[in-house]
Design a protein around this ligand. Sequence first.
Ligand code: CU
Length: 272
Amino acid sequence: MTFRKTAISAALLTLLASSSAMALPIDWQTGFQASATPVMEQIESFHRELFYIITAVSIFVAVLLGWVIIKFRASVNPNPSKVHHNTLLEVAWTLIPVIILVVIAIPSFKLLYFESEIPTPDVTIKAIGKQWFWTYEYPGADGGFTYDSLGLSDEAAAKAGKPRLLGVDNNIVVPVNKVVEIVTTGADVIHSWAIPQFGVKMDAVPGRINKTWFKATQVGTFYGQCSELCGARHAYMPIEVKVVSDAEYAAWLADSKKKFAALDVPTRVAAK
Ligand SMILES: [Cu+2]
């Protein structure tokens, strides 16, 4: 029994450690998907710190509880002790949890500020959540176009070699190692733009602009989903981001300007 338990926990730990190397969610995964941005790396390391702390606290409490249950059980203590108040113990059990909370709060706030303070963006993309797809806008001088991004049917995804329920028809493309600012808003109800591997999750609220950012440190395709329950087809509005080199990004921008409808149609002024 003990051996079996040890074997199971060892297997779980291996899964926990190895799952971080997977690019897509896998069956029975317990850890995060592999991080692809500095923000996600910090989330992971904070998660690890917390994991050690909660493990130590849980073991300590369990051992203490076991000790009390066995040592002070009724059969060996027919006359219960009436001892109460112990100043040293009371100060300790107040102070130690406070110190633990402060130890947790410091990296927690550092991470919060790191996430919320957006560095000067190299690329800005507007993500508009709609029932049930995303509309992307590449505003500014190098963009100026907009397009819709719809989730693929199972057949279409299989045909395109994309993962089921995650692949889209028109993904977004961003350059690698560049700060990408995502501006979110909703067209109807609240949606949420989220990519686990980027450590990004931002609500897309009608009538409001929210901002988040990521800096993908590796090329590849990354997937996310709308993460705010937004109606019947909430599960079918995935997000697909392709991270490419600067040159590929420039080529994609040039192509997309022709392919997608212009966002800022130049105003024609009557000739004098
Ligand atoms: Cu949604």
